[in-house]
Design a protein around this ligand. Sequence first.
Ligand code: FAD
Length: 293
Amino acid sequence: DRSLVAALTAPAPTYSFEFFPPKDDDGEAVLWRTIADLETLRPTFVSVTYGAGGTSQERTVRMTARIAEQTGIRPVGHLTLVGQTKGEIESVLKQYAAAGVDSVLALRGDPKGGPRAPWEPHPDGMTYAIDLVELAAEIGGFEIGVAAFPEGHPDAESLDQDAEVLVAKSRAGAEYAITQMFFRASDYFELVDRVRARGCDMPIVPGIMPILNFGQVARMAELCGAELPREVLDQIEPIAGDKDAVRATGIELATQLCRDLLAGGAPGLHFITLNRSKATREIFEALRADGLL
Ligand code: FAD
């Protein structure tokens, strides 16, 4: 069983799937079906995002632990600083370790008021993701990943400062990064160039979110500071009233983005699934038919 970093630095591209914590037991049942379905594709890893509320955070930790214990898939445990003391954060790291989750994605998290609200650390908590990287490295035994932003984090002063933050996280012990969603391959490659120019060779895995529902993706993209480029809008806007056509075009655009990323040397693809397997499977199968995965 190779380490995640070994997989990310091997010639064959990795592929992985991201889920969000379901709100209730029905949602959890749907998610287990999705995970069972996607397990047959033998992903490199899967992950469940970490929300802002206590019960949602508990569900994430429980589901991530269960993936480690009951499936053949490697989970990556997401963890944020939102609403928690340093001691609570440390305790989650220990729960992950106890369940055999040996890779964590160390994140600051978004403020409870949403990605555009001002960030206020918990009074007894930590301020930046790098603090969590340091804590996880101090505890030891984890492969640590971090977030990266092809278009820059919304609060970053500049793309260069944003790249400095990423390189600092790598120097603090992060061994790989996964990006925020984006829609232009050049934004990803320019981020990689900025990081390499600073002497950092950490693998940066692009995060892929297909446009299946235009309104939903436009809202999510706006919130996290990802721009829907004109060339994408020109294809989607004329058909915006036709759900099936939007979905088909969204899948085609995402598939083409994946082709361009792999052709340019991306180490793998991380699919944001929104807890449904069908679209991800369609993109995956198109790439496999091309011999890319
Ligand atoms: P940081 O690295 O702390 O950066 C936050 C801001 O502070 C940036 O503007 C940065 O430039 C600035 N900064 C950082 N360090 C310093 C410093 N030393 N001095 C000055 N400025 C600094 N959110 C969730 O809530 N749950 C999830 O599960 C989740 N999963 C994600 C998965 C991926 C792949 C990605 C890309 C994002 C995810 N997010 C998640 C969103 C993420 O938490 C937000 O984007 C958050 O706003 C920034 O997190 P970060 O880890 O990059 O923070």
